[in-house]
Design a protein around this ligand. Structure first.
Ligand code: NAD
Length: 249
């Protein structure tokens, strides 16, 4: 078991077809006790129950500081520690630059970027007391290639912000034994893109990918498991591409 006695919190983890829930399953299968955090409408307690006994589902909006603080406090109260934080919650919107309203900007930036900051701020003091931890931040290939698949420029900007934040936190927190890494998924079939890309468009995109297929949530979950576990003990500040080779250059 790679994660025996470890406690992991995953934001945006309740969507049963999403990266977060696939990650919850992967970490639980390696012995971690998992806390799934999500909006009430996503039913995090029900998702956590699907992992089996000994896991927890909590309602929180990642854009609200008191929610982040309460979720981490509840985790520590229940399990006594927090070893792994996966900043996964995110939303996207297809928009052209001039169409982005201030409300769109706030919505997209707040979930990915503010949410990553707030949950990291809540988790870091706990990890510092434990003298170690692993934070995994979910960015996107959109940050690297400037969108072009689904999300608008504000989504690319939010995810590029996540990369900068993850690297800066890695630099700052290394001396405390806290590793911070980012994952840049390519196009992964989940609810975020289900009704937004036609089958033809997906087939066109698959033709441009060296591995000749779209990703599945388990592809990303495996990479997150690596970064969460001691297998990646000397990796911090890295950006791990999980995109089928979409960005070889
Ligand atoms: P998803 O829609 O299944 O998962 C996103 C989850 O975030 C949902 O469970 C949702 O309820 C939750 N969420 C949204 N707003 C929230 C908030 N304010 N507070 C708490 N939870 C909130 O989509 P997914 O594809 O699994 O996305 C997971 C992450 O991966 C996102 O950050 C997304 O941007 C990123 N990503 C996805 C892809 C892809 O192709 N699917 C590619 C690159 C990056």
């Amino acid at each position: 078991m790679l994660l025996a006695d470890r406690v992991a919190l995953i934001t945006g983890g309740a969507g049963l077809n999403g990266l977060g829930f696939a990650t919850a399953r992967a970490l639980a299968s390696q012995g971690a006790r998992v806390v799934i955090v999500d909006l009430e409408s996503a039913r995090p307690a029900e998702a956590a129950a699907q992992l089996g006994r000994g896991h927890l589902g909590l309602t929180a909006n990642v854009t609200v500081k008191s929610d982040a603080d309460a979720a981490v406090a509840h985790t520590v109260e229940q399990f006594g520690r927090l070893d792994i934080l996966v900043n996964n919650a995110g939303i996207t919107q297809p928009r052209k630059t001039v169409e982005i309203t201030e409300g769109d900007y706030d919505a997209v930036l707040d979930v990915s970027l503010r949410g990553t900051l707030l949950f990291s701020q809540a988790a870091i003091p706990v990890m510092q007391r434990q003298r170690g931890g692993s934070i995994v931040c979910i960015s996107s290939v959109s940050a690297q290639r400037g969108g072009g698949i689904l999300g608008g420029p504000h989504y690319s900007a939010a995810k590029a912000g996540v990369l900068g934040l993850a690297r800066a936190m890695a630099r700052e927190l290394g001396p405390d034994g806290i590793r911070v890494n980012a994952i840049t998924p390519g196009l992964i079939s989940t609810d975020i893109n289900k009704d937004k890309l036609s089958a033809e468009r997906k087939a066109e995109i698959a033709e441009t990918i060296p591995l000749a297929r779209l990703g599945v949530p388990a592809d990303v979950a495996g990479a997150i498991l690596f970064l969460a576990s001691d297998l990646s003990g000397y990796c911090t500040g890295i950006t791990l591409d999980v995109n089928g080779g979409m960005l070889i250059h």
